[in-house]
Write a protein that binds this ligand. Sequence first.
Ligand code: CTP
Ligand code: K
Ligand code: MG
Length: 180
Amino acid sequence: MVIELVVGAFWAMLPAYVPNNAAVLAGGGAPIDGGRTWGGRRILGDGKTWRGTAVGTLVGFALAFLCNAAADPVGSALGVTLPRFSTLGAFGLAFGAMLGDVAASFLKRRTGRERGAAFPGLDQLDFVVGALLLAAALDFAWFTGTFTLPVLGVVLVVTPILHVTTNVGAYYLGLKDEPW
Ligand code: CTP
Ligand code: K
Ligand code: MG
């Protein structure tokens, strides 16, 4: 039961977990804010690009369909039932994750933090909150059926741990400038 809950929560969040990492690999090119400032600071900064945002969203969205196709074989191999993604739910998770990260950069710039500065708590949860909110907004019936309260509890505990681990890994692999 606990295994099914944890594996199911991880599976349900995959379209939200992958976009940020895909953006790190795909980043570069024109920044979303076009270099513009507000109150003497960049609106978002050079770390939020059109290409990173678009590729991140597409990769997360596409992954949901791979997950749907793989849910039966993977589920029976693990002896658990894995959740399926609706199209709108999948899009909400992927694009919402990117929007949450963009919103966090907006807040970081407003609070005087330069690009790449850490904002503990926000860095680990911005994309989770964005993903869950947009998925709920776009397909509430699917959302409440998939993200039950126990699943949400697991997501809020497991995500920061995974986020810290993957970012430290990406940093040591030379893919990311900072370990957060
Ligand atoms: N990235 C991107 N577009 C996004 C998100 C990320 O291009 N929407 C790429 C950028 O190259 C960015 C890298 O992924 O530098 C790491 O992402 P992140 O840590 O979120 O950005 P930071 O550079 O740390 O900037 P910020 O302080 O604004 O978070
Ligand atoms: K970030
Ligand atoms: Mg960063």
